[in-house]
Structure formats: C-alpha cells, structure tokens
Write a protein of this length. Structure first.
Length: 673
C-alpha cells in the first residue's frame, strides 16, 4: 500500500464496528405522554458534544480510516505553517503508549486571552470551540488546508488525553485537555531559548474507536513521507518507539525532496513497464501561493490512477482540479494529433488518455471549497481554470520536444479508444442477449433445442445457399445463418470497422459467447460452428476470411474444438444406379478412373454453388452427421508463427492471399466427424 493510499484510505478493509460511544446523559425530562412533543424534548448540544455524539459527520466514521484522519488534521496545521513560510521542520513521533506527537517550529498558537471570550486563552478557544481558527482570513494564511476551523477541536473532542505546548516569544506554555474539555488553566512554564512552534500530543479515545484505537506505525510513516513530497521547503522527521517498528518502515527517518512530485512519481512507478519513457512533470508559481500548481504524470502498464491534493490535503474523490488536468491533457493530445494528421484521434476521450496513467497533482487555492469536512473532493470552480492554464502550454511543449514519445503516447491512446468502442458495442449486444430469442439476427433460422450440447450452427455463403440449407437441416439441432457477400477482412480492419460491420455483428450475436477478453464459453449457444461455403476458389476465400475472424476475435472457441469446415461436393457423378460426389477436380478424375470404368453413359454435374444443389443432396453430402465430412479447424502449437502467417496472408495484399488459397486448398486432410 502506498502513502497515497494511506492518505486516501484506499485499499483498506472495512473495520469491525467499534462499540458505540456513550452518549452524554441528559437531564431527566418531566413525565409526559408518549405522543406529546414539547420544549422538554428539544436537546441543545453545547461545545464539542456534537462531535462526540456524531463523529461520522466530522471525520467520516469511527473506523481505522477515521482514526488516522485525526493525525492528518494535526499535521495539516503544521504543514500550513510551513507553506506560509513560518516553519521549516515538522517532527512526528508514535509512542508505545499509543500517543502521537506532532511538533513544528512555526509561530506557535497565540496564548493571550481572546478578545471575544474574556478570561479564556486563545489556545483554549482554538481547541474547544468549533469554527475557531486563523484561516478564515487570508491575511494569516494565503492558502491553507484547514478552512472550517474544526480540525484540531475535533481531534481534541475525540481524544481521551491531549497536551498542547506552545513556544512563543521565548516563553513555553502548556494546556491539557480530555474529551474536549480543558483540565485546568493554561500553564506558563517560563523562558525557553532556541525553541518556537507548537507541539501536540494526543491519544484517541477508546470510547469512540473501541478496539481500533491504535495507530498503524507503517501507515503513519507513509503519510508523513507523502507530506514531504508535496512541499519541498519543509523537512519532516519520523520516529517511533522500538517496539512499534514495522517491517516496511524504519524507526527513524528524515524526508526532504527537492524535486517534489517528480521524486514521488519516480518511486511510485519503479519496476513498472513504461509506455512513455519520460515523466511529464513541472510546476507553476511559488508553492503555497494562490494558483501554484505542481504535477508529475507517467504512462505505464501498471494500475495507474490520479492522486490529487489541494493545499497539501489529499482529495481521493478528485474534484475540479482533476477536471482541469484531464481537460488539458486531452486537448493537448488532440491538438498534437491534428498537427501530425492523425484522424483517428478525433474519437479520443479523457478515459482513453488516462487509462494506465499515473498522475500526481498538487494545487494551492485561496479559500478552497471542499465537499464535506473530511475534504475528500474539491469543489472550487477556479481550480479547473488554474490547472488547465498551468498545464496546457507545458504539455504542448513537452509533446513537441519529444516527437517519438508523443507518437507512442498518441498511438497507445488511439488503441484504447478503439478498444473502448469495441467494448461498448459488445455491451450493447450483451444487453440484447436477455431477449436474444426475439432479437437474434433476422436471417438466422435457429434450432428448436435450447441446450448447446449437440447443437450446430451452419454459417452459409449467400441467401440462395441459405435457403437450401434451411430445407436440408434437422430443425431440432441445426441452425442456419446465411451471409450476404464477403465478410470483412478483420486482419487489417480497425475496431470501429468491426463494430459497424453488420455481418460480423450478426455472427457475434448468433454465436452468443462474446469476443476477446469478454469471451465466455458457458454462453456459447452451439457445440459446433460449421463454415459452409462453395467448393470453389471463391468459397475457399470466404472460408479463410471467416477463419481469420474467429482466430482473431474468438481464439478460445477454436481452442475448445468448436470450429469446423463443411466439405460440400463440387461434382455429382452418376452411371446407371450408381451416384458418387467429388469435392474437386482431382477427386473427380480419381473417381472416374476407379469407380466408373464400366459400360454406360456417365453423367457429370458440376454444382455452380450450394444454392444450385437440391436440398436432399445437400443434406446427404454436407449436413447429415451420418454421411458428411467435416474438417476441424485447429491452431498449430507455434502460436506466434501462426499469427505471423495470418497477418501475412490476410493482410493488405489480396493477390498474395488469393495465390496461397489456390496453391494450398488441395492439401487439406479430411477428418470424419
């Protein structure tokens, strides 16, 4: 699990529901009727009581993700000090007693009495009053992650013990809290030298989190490291007690990454195969100032995903800044396609560009709007414009400077688009499959049995041959699908052409099992798929096109032994009461020399095609399992060599394909089935 996943709460298993927190006991109500409703029924929750009653409203729940969100709220306050230029160091320590301590060398929380609350220190107000903080007014922080003024007060409310120390103007001050309430007055501990900033030490309340009230050292380590990537101007120090050291993290570490997100991305995609060698990275503006943007984007064969941040706060549900990122990259790649005259890129969408894309995006916005207190999604409209403006020219220059890399990325995205269109077409077919008995191809004469075992589908060349085959078939177990014209040569066709070919869609719908990675053997509607074409060169050509289609789109159907070639005769030879059939000229000559040597006239009839053959003859010679001959289509063991042969013979040179069929059609071996 990456530190990004830790910050986002992704990839974790749902935790068991902890014991419900005990609700504060309300004052006894006057006795009243069960159906009455009076002023005594209205509760008024004061201070931090709402947080303890409904923690899910503030931190998303009481599971392990919510528990670690407490740490995120505290460290975000220290990060805001660093981004504002007042802190250069943040320290995080996890103790064996379950306490977390976060220390920064910033300005320190003010400790003097608050003007609105006479007699109460500002330090107390910040930790006990909801919506109290220094980030509502941008004069204190130009950009910050804590905007609602509830972060540290919520942590206080959900901790059974919290101690805050402030070193400010060379004086040290301390205040202790428990479950949101101060435990006495603020302590003034005297003068300190060479120390400034705020230290917060807290322990999550078992009444709220139950058995889950224990932090994961490995997860805290990764969360701390992730913060260092987001702002190069801060040094983060991590430590934990020896008894807590996890297997995949050290007891102590110091993080400082001058290259920011690019360093993060390099580590994130280590070991993955890259589609584009270079990482597209850059920044715009000074970190911490309004509109500053930093990004690092790589295309690999890994799982990918976008990890985004606003003011160093992770936004796992994305938002308007990610919309700006997607729009800028899609527009940039389409513009590059126009310059290189790649018309296929017109069908690109952001989904195609971001498939297998690993992206890191950090943006700083003054007074951003989030969806909910947990800040999982950014809603600020101006973030879209900020990110789009920052990336647009940078991406155009990156593509123009590396035409080889740009070409690879464009070709890869176009392939994703074609694959997306194919999947969409197959989904449309799948949706129709629920009523496929009503919506099967119009020319399909289906068999009456519903089980695939023993059922056969004859794919027949031409309407005329289809008519004869429908008369010759066994209606119980044999279906007939006539094809008009030659099928598309799929070896040289785009996915879009396949999706728009009616013949191909009829075959896919009739067979029922799907194509490529969506193939499902259990959905195959027939046990045998039999290609039945004329016994001449043109018929062999059509059979080759059909076999190429099944080899490319349904190779598992061939592997399962379901594809066959029918062997219809080309000649009918009769003499007296003797009648035999010859499949080709060579076979006819052989029969004439061996079977028809006696006296009497020999009648030789050449069938112009399957449509010219009487249905009784077609049944006897080609369709009846008792008397027919079928060739089973198989793929030889050397699959790569087979693919090369198919590409060569079924590619863009029809004359080479035609010559091959003429030369090799006579060398097939019969297989009686």
């Amino acid at each position: 699990m990456s530190e990004v996943e830790d910050l986002f709460g992704a990839g974790t298993q749902p935790a068991p529901t902890p014991p419900k927190p005990e609700a504060p006991k309300a004052a006894p109500k006057p006795a009243s009727d069960a159906g009455s409703y009076s002023a005594a029924d209205i509760e008024v929750l004061e201070g931090l009581e709402p947080v303890r009653r409904r923690p899910g409203m503030y931190i998303g729940g009481t599971d392990t993700n919510a528990l670690h969100h407490l740490f995120a709220e505290v460290i975000d306050n220290s990060m805001d000090e660093a981004i504002a230029g007042h802190a250069t160091r943040i320290e995080v320590h996890l103790g064996a007693d379950g306490y977390i301590t976060v220390t920064d060398n910033g300005r320190g929380i003010p400790v003097e009495n608050h003007p609105k609350y006479p007699g109460r220190s500002t330090l107390e107000i910040v930790h006990t009053v909801l919506h109290a903080g220094g980030k509502f007014d941008s004069s204190a922080y130009e950009t910050s992650g804590g905007l609602h003024g509830v972060g540290v007060s919520v942590v206080n409310a959900l901790s059974d013990d919290m101690v805050v120390e402030v070193a400010r103007e060379q004086q040290l001050h301390r205040l202790r809290f428990s479950r949101g309430k101060p435990q006495g007055e603020i302590e003034h501990l005297g003068r300190v030298n060479n120390r400034r900033g705020t230290t917060t030490r807290f322990h999550p309340d078992p009444q709220i989190f139950g058995d889950l009230a224990h932090f994961s050292a490995a997860r805290l380590f990764r969360m701390t490291r992730a913060k260092a990537y987001l702002f190069a101007g801060v040094e983060l120090r991590w430590s934990c007690d020896e008894s807590l050291v996890p297997e995949d993290a050290p007891a102590k570490a110091v993080f400082h990454y001058p290259d920011g997100l690019k360093d993060f991305m390099t580590a994130r995609i280590e070991g993955e195969t890259r589609i584009v060698d270079e990482i597209f990275s850059g920044s715009n503006g000074k970190p911490g100032t309004h509109g500053a943007t930093e990004w690092a984007i790589a295309w690999t064969l890994g799982d990918g995903g976008v990890s985004s941040y606003c003011n160093t706060v992770p936004t796992p549900d994305g938002g308007t800044h990610e919309a700006g990122l997607r729009g800028a990259l899609l527009r940039g790649l389409k513009n590059y396609a126009e310059l290189t005259k790649n018309k296929a890129a017109a069908q690109l969408t952001a989904e195609d560009v971001f498939a297998h894309c690993s992206a890191m995006l950090s943006v700083f916005v003054r007074e951003p709007e989030f969806v909910g207190q947990t800040k999982d999604k950014l809603a600020s409209g101006e973030a879209t414009r900020i990110v789009d403006t920052a990336l647009r020219d940078a991406f155009d220059h990156w593509l123009a400077a590396s035409p080889n890399q740009a070409g690879k990325l464009l070709d890869w995205a176009v392939e994703r688009a074609e694959e997306r269109l194919r999947r969409r077409k197959e989904k449309e077919i799948d949706r129709a499959s629920a009523t496929r008995k009503l919506r099967l191809p119009g020319k399909l004469a289906d068999c009456t049995q519903t089980a695939a075992q023993g059922a056969e589908l004859f794919i027949v060349e031409g309407d005329s041959a289809g008519g004869s085959a429908k008369q010759a078939r066994s209606r119980a177990s044999q279906a007939v699908l006539p094809l008009r014209g030659k099928i598309l040569n799929v070896a040289g066709a785009s996915r879009e052409k396949l999706a728009t070919s009616q013949i191909i869609q009829d075959i896919i719908q009739a067979v029922g099992c799907g194509t490529r990675d969506r193939y499902r053997d259990d959905d195959l509607r027939y046990d045998k798929i039999i290609l039945m074409t004329d016994a001449d060169v043109d018929g062999a050509h059509i059979a080759a096109l059909l076999m190429t289609f099944f080899f490319q789109e349904m190779p598992r159907l061939i592997d399962g032994g379901h594809l066959f070639l029918a062997m219809p005769p080309l000649y009918r030879i009769s003499q007296g009461g003797k009648t035999l059939y010859a499949r080709d000229d060579a076979h006819k000559d052989e029969l004439m020399a061996t079977e028809f040597t006696g006296k009497g006239k020999v009648d030789v009839t050449r069938f112009k095609g399957l449509g010219e053959m009487p249905f009784a003859h077609l049944r006897e010679t080609t369709m009846s399992p008792k008397s027919r001959t079928l060739l089973q289509v198989k793929v030889r063991d050397d699959l790569d060599a087979t693919r090369i042969s198919v590409d060569r013979l079924m590619g863009t040179k029809p004359e080479a394909r035609f010559d091959f069929i003429q030369e090799n059609a006579a060398f097939v071996v019969d297989l009686d089935v």
